[in-house]
Design a protein around this ligand. Structure first.
Ligand SMILES: [Zn+2]
Length: 281
């Protein structure tokens, strides 16, 4: 029997982690994404252990899975020195991992690094070095899940090849997985929804799918290959419902944790879209 994916959306932690899990479940979700701390800052946050454990317990009890999204200023490719050095990224990412682990989450989502002026080879080396430092003494179950880029900040991180190679070159590949963002894949031109089988085959050949740990399920406001990153509600963008369905119902998505990063519906939740996706199974 096929394992159905876990479906949900990004939720706020305004009321704490436990409250986020309850909010997700009340909207019909079996999966959710959250920011472990302020999404605009890299400042480590003190772990609120009681709240985090309440979240983990609630999720276990109700069969819910979750993952954390690292703050926006996180950059795996940050240089060793400068105003936002690697050490700042490492401290923040380790903090995110600890919070995610305490919340019982699968891992932390981090965008592929931004090179902004670096020599490409240096950029890739920085990413590997950063991941090695973050994971050096990490014994938890939560993994670092690297997300593919749309191409809006530069060409890096658009191709599955890059993600697979970075993972292989790190010292701790077992602690690293991937997050596929459907909008980014479409905008980067690596997924043509009329030919989903091509992406499926390509990912299999690269050994990408076995390490997929999460999915961002978003439609795209802009065209295939546009390299622009603007999410649209499911079925209201250029990918369309049939295209999204062709990927989400494919074998690599069995039992996968899938969260939307789209606007909430008029009721303040993603209940409607969650229902739509659940009907695909
Ligand atoms: Zn995303």
């Amino acid at each position: 029997m096929k394992a159905k994916p876990y479906i949900g959306a990004h939720v706020s932690i305004r009321g704490g982690y436990g409250q986020a899990a309850r909010f997700a479940r009340e909207s019909g979700a079996t999966c959710f994404q959250y920011f472990p701390k302020n999404p605009r800052s890299l400042k480590p946050k003190t772990l609120e252990a009681r709240d985090a454990h309440a979240c983990a317990e609630y999720c276990r009890e109700h069969g819910i899975v979750s993952f954390a999204h690292t703050p926006y200023p996180t950059n795996l490719a940050a240089p060793a020195a400068g105003p936002s050095p690697r050490s700042l990224m490492v401290a923040s990412l380790r903090n995110d991992l600890h919070i995610a682990e305490a919340c019982g989450s699968l891992g932390i989502i981090v965008h592929f690094g931004q090179f902004s002026g670096l020599e490409p080879l240096q950029g890739y080396q920085n990413i590997i070095q950063c991941l090695n430092e973050v994971l050096a003494d990490w014994q938890g179950k939560a993994r670092v899940l690297i997300e593919n880029q749309a191409g809006n900040h530069g060409r890096e991180g658009m191709m599955l090849e890059e993600l697979v190679k970075i993972r292989e070159l790190c010292l701790y590949p077992d602690r690293i997985g991937f997050c596929l963002d459907t909008c980014h894949a479409f905008a980067a031109g690596i997924w043509d929804p009329r030919r989903t089988e091509d992406l499926l085959e390509h990912g299999a050949k690269l050994n990408y799918w076995p390490h997929l740990g999460a999915v961002h399920l978003n439609d795209s406001l802009y065209d295939y290959g546009s390299r622009r990153d603007r999410h649209a509600p499911l079925g209201q963008g250029r990918i369309g419902m049939e295209g999204l369905k062709s990927l989400i119902t494919a074998p690599p998505m069995q039992g996968m944790a899938i969260a939307m990063e789209t606007e909430k519906g008029p009721d303040g939740t993603h209940r409607h879209e969650i229902n739509v996706v659940n009907q695909w199974f």
